[in-house]
Design a protein around this ligand. Structure first.
Ligand code: M6R
Length: 364
């Protein structure tokens, strides 16, 4: 049941810390700070290319995974939604690998993409939440997320659990390819191990996020901006908002603003920025300043080090706990999901069963 929560989605949002802890505990050892993955169906040292595919939020997790794998393991990665990949007929060399991501393990397009990938002799690894699902059964190997059943149609805890698994996978691949030293691995796994308790701290900021939701609820359009591995998280924020509050939202790479979307900006459009400190902070900040100079209402999620720069022009700055740059996408997914939840509650929509949507899309 829902326990003391109003909706399954609210309950599931509050399960982030536990689910992240349970998932990370499966694949990394807090004592040695090493990643331990199940046996992979391909040789990471030799794999020429990885194709990642999924649908919806799972695809956004895959996109974050792509940034991580390319960065840490230096393996070229292609990521495409399953409904496109299955008809794209991509040229794939024998000996390549594919990574599928799915909460349910039953999504029709992802299953069809798997069939195509198999025909093209790719070895198939799936990141799945339901161990007895078709996808888990039919893949060459599976890395399970430990999110437990997810009832709300909007994916929350399963999404961050997918990120946790993909982060471990990226580290494991990086080590296998000798791109990471033991020292690097220790820094990365330490950052990941901090995520569960930092996630709990984010949830304690519920009141602030609710106040932000009150501003967003009256908007017709909302833009979410981020750079690097936070760009897919901006898209996750937009997807969640569309899905449960029916407000039109778009997630954009902050650097793309000036190539079109900045024309939308006026004082009616909230711009939700994911702008923590790190190597891309200054770049994102200047994109936000440009939007602000055109009347945009900037609402930023950042950390203590990033706050002063944003406070000069942003209408609202929400300061999240500091976490290693590598782990930021996992932590920043939580407030954007929470924001969508509160906006939907304010609008009185059916949070757990939004119109026109099914939890698991088993038809094309
Ligand atoms: O079960 P799957 O992870 O394969 O489902 C994929 C998408 O249908 C799913 O993530 C959908 O986008 C969610 N409702 C998003 O919140």
């Amino acid at each position: 049941g829902k326990g003391n929560y109003r909706h399954f989605m609210e309950k599931e949002l509050h399960e982030h810390p536990a689910v992240l802890g349970d998932t990370l505990r499966q694949y990394l050892d807090p004592r040695t700070l090493e990643v331990n993955l199940p046996r992979l169906p391909f040789d990471p040292a030799r794999v020429p290319r990885i194709t990642m595919t999924a649908c919806g939020s799972a695809f956004l997790a895959a996109q974050v995974g792509r940034y991580w794998i390319e960065q840490l393991a230096r393996i070229p990665v292609d990521a495409d939604v399953a409904s496109e990949l299955r008809y794209r007929d991509p040229p794939l060399a024998e000996g390549g690998a594919a990574i599928l991501v799915s909460q349910s393990g039953e999504t029709a397009d992802t299953m069809a993409a798997m069939k195509l990938l198999r025909e093209k002799q790719q070895s198939i690894l799936s990141v799945v939440n339901v161990p007895e699902s078709s996808m888990a059964r039919e893949s060459d190997a599976t890395v399970l997320t430990v999110a437990g059943p997810e009832i709300g149609v909007a994916s929350t805890k399963a999404f961050t659990a997918q990120l946790a698994v993909l982060a471990c996978l990226a580290i494991g691949l990086g080590r296998a390819r000798r791109e990471l030293t033991t020292l690097d691995e220790g820094v990365l796994t330490k950052a990941l191990l901090e995520v569960p308790h930092k996630a709990a701290e984010v949830l304690e900021q519920d009141a602030q996020i609710k106040a932000l939701a009150a501003e967003v609820a009256s908007a017709r359009d909302v833009l979410f901006l981020g750079r690097g591995a936070l760009f897919p998280i901006a898209m996750e924020g937009a997807l969640k908002l569309k899905e449960i509050s029916y407000i039109h939202a778009e997630g954009y790479a902050a650097g793309e603003m000036k190539h079109g979307p900045i024309a939308l900006i006026d004082n009616q459009v909230p711009v939700i920025a994911l702008c923590p400190s790190g190597p891309l902070y200054e770049k994102t900040l200047s994109n936000l300043q440009e939007a602000s100079a055109r009347g945009g209402r900037i609402m930023a999620f950042t950390d203590a080090a990033g706050a002063p720069g944003l406070a000069r022009f942003a209408e609202r700055v929400i300061v999240l706990p500091e976490v290693g740059v590598f782990a930021q996408p996992i932590l920043y997914a939580i407030p954007v999901q929470l924001l969508a939840y509160h906006v939907a509650v304010l609008k009185g929509t059916d949070v757990d069963q939004p119109r026109n949507l099914a939890k698991s899309v088993t038809v094309e």
